[in-house]
Ligand binder design. Sequence first.
Ligand SMILES: [Zn+2]
Length: 146
Amino acid sequence: MDVLKLQVDVSTELNEFGKNEIRIQTNKDKSFQLRIGYWEKLDYSIIKKIQDKFHISFTEEILEDEDCGMLYSYDVYWELPPIEDEEPMSNCCSDPFTFPGWPDSDMCSQCKEHADEWDPEELEELEESLESLVDNNPDDGSWVGR
Ligand SMILES: [Zn+2]
């Protein structure tokens, strides 16, 4: 599972639930922080659907602000496969190829389908689509550092 792809998938899904002002902050560990609009609370039904679909888990973080009331953000956790050194990854699942590895094997170890090597340009496309989906504003001090 590629983190960026997960962020795109989750943002797309949230858009489909009518949640548009999405902000994402990637954490160092296996998680990222998610915020909707002005610290909007997500319905549990939406969280449940997204958790089940992508096999991830949401943790609700609530901050009580004197002026603004309750502020909600979410930590999203996932399980990443162990990272192998510089190993070519499949372009379908971004997982390693089956033994003896690319280019001798073109079978993805995750979905067992023939695949091509992960293309860095595809990563750029993912980055661009994430940018178009989320509303991150680096100048917004209220989000950074919270
Ligand atoms: Zn695959």
